[in-house]
Design a protein around this ligand. Structure first.
Ligand code: EPU
Length: 438
């Protein structure tokens, strides 16, 4: 199990190119099961979650070819086994994204329950509610969801009790294959959901209201989607983009972020600007320049277009450089402050009061061994390490390889020193080979 060493403090300076979005690529790859013919994806990030998804698709019966250097994946969609076993879903919670496409294509599915994870219980009751509303029979037993829809699916009106990103993505795919119209209320508006809807629309599904809280889908009554006339481009990762903005903030840096989608970034841009960051946008480039001292802020995480929970941990580190007390309220997941205890080991002063973190800045950080608990927490610990004096060793770094493509190279390009070591080793650079994904 690799660990990651980062030497600080460093002022990040230079250009960094954003990779394709993990949370868009995963549902897009699964949604390809609705297509009859070969389908090609471009701008796919080089991540373990993509490798896991291709492994699961292979198990299902879909052959793939991944050109990692070119960032393209070719899939030949086929379902031989309509199941997502525990061994895959335990590696990647987003395996639940197989549920909608499998039922839509095969009329049945057996998918392992994902279980909780480091950030919360994360139930999938909304996904099951959608299936039942569309006429499927759902049984949960022995850790699996078994779904059957022998008569096919019918359109339905679905009101989500709470905004759910993957819940909406599964619902879109199911509705695309159902008979008649489906209306999704309180649907997720995230750009990743829009990307899935746009893929279905390219395949011939009539969809209205993407990017709004109400989406109407005219189902194709089981018909497969038509061959696409070109590749599907995975949109730029808005969370990676935000992470580089936070990295510039934490290190007092000057970073040009290339290949981003500023239109997906408004809440993040607004929050970091209110902290005093200079953020100039030209086309797909965001130029982030940090001031001498940052101002404290008060932020609440919300579904899109609000401030994303996936950017909470990175913002929290930036607040350590602010002059005064900042407050961040986490409203999406009940246990998403695991990084706070690790940041305290670096010298951060943060109080946790229920779902609110109170961050006292500015802090003098110094290196210490710390441990990553989930993907975004890992990113935040790397940012903390960039600002801390000395060499910080971050264990369980595999979380980072699930979501950040080629992170060492990108950090090096910005003037930082970061390297992998084996978990048992000291902090010597020779001790571990670079990850296969990097
Ligand atoms: N929820 C339920 N029941 C459900 C589904 C969700 O109660 O059936 C609750 C959740 O427990 C949570 C809230 O609804 O409190 C929102 O969860 P959502 O379903 O939106 O989360 P998700 O779809 O499982 C995706 C991202 C997460 C991101 C969240 C919120 C993917 C693959 N994952 O998860 O990304 O945090 O939306 O934006 O798209 C990450 O990339 O690090 C990550 C965790």
């Amino acid at each position: 199990m690799d660990a990651f060493c980062v030497e600080g403090p460093v002022r990040l300076k230079g250009d960094v190119r954003v990779s394709g979005s993990k949370n868009a690529a995963l549902p897009l790859l699964f949604a390809s099961l609705l297509f009859e013919d070969e389908i090609v994806f471009d701008n796919v990030p080089r991540l373990w979650d993509i490798e896991t998804t291709l492994g699961l698709l292979e198990h299902i019966g879909t052959k793939s070819h991944w050109d990692k250097e070119a960032g393209s994946i070719t899939l030949n969609p086929k379902v031989i086994r309509a199941e997502a076993p525990y061994d895959w879903v335990k590696k990647m919670r987003a395996g639940v994204l197989a549920l909608g496409p499998l039922v839509a294509r095969a009329g049945e599915a057996r998918v392992s329950l994902p279980g909780g994870c480091a950030i919360g219980a994360r139930p999938i009751d909304f996904h099951l509610m959608v299936l039942e509303a569309m006429g499927a029979e759902v049984i949960v037993e022995q850790g699996y969801v078994q779904v059957k829809a022998p008569q096919g699916l019918h359109g339905a009106k679905v009101v989500f009790p709470q905004v759910s990103v993957t819940g909406t993505e599964n619902a879109l795919v199911l509705a695309a294959c159902a008979r008649g119209e489906t209306v999704l209320e309180n649907a997720a508006r995230e750009p990743e959901v829009v990307a899935v809807g746009e893929l279905l629309a390219r395949g011939g599904v009539v969809i209205e209201g993407l990017g709004s809280g109400t989406i109407r889908i005219q189902g194709r009554a089981g018909a497969m989607l038509k061959r696409l006339d070109g590749p599907v481009a995975v949109p730029a990762d808005r969370i990676e983009t935000g992470t580089w903005i936070a990295a510039a903030a934490v290190t007092g840096g000057d970073v040009r972020i290339l290949g981003s989608r500023p239109q997906d970034q408004e809440a993040v841009l607004a929050v970091f600007r209110s902290m005093g960051m200079k953020l100039d946008v030209h086309g797909d480039v965001i130029h982030a320049v940090a001031p001498e001292v940052l101002e404290p802020i008060e932020v609440t995480t919300e579904p899109f277009p609000g401030y994303a929970t996936d950017m909470q941990a990175q913002l929290l580190v930036a607040c350590l450089r602010a002059r005064g007390t900042s407050r961040i309220r986490e409203t999406i997941f009940e246990n998403r402050f695991m990084h706070v205890a690790e940041l305290r080991r670096l010298g951060a002063q943060v109080d946790l009061q229920g779902n609110e973190a109170v961050i006292h800045g500015p802090a003098e950080l110094s290196a210490a061994p710390i441990m990553a608990t989930d993907l975004r927490a890992s990113a935040c610990l790397v940012l903390g390490a960039l600002a801390a004096r000395g060499v910080t060793k971050i264990s369980r770094i595999y979380h980072l390889d699930r979501g950040y493509s080629r992170i060492e190279r990108k950090l090096e390009g910005l003037g930082a020193r970061a390297w992998r070591v084996s978990d048992e080793a000291t902090t010597q650079p020779e001790a571990a080979a670079p990850s296969l994904m990097q």
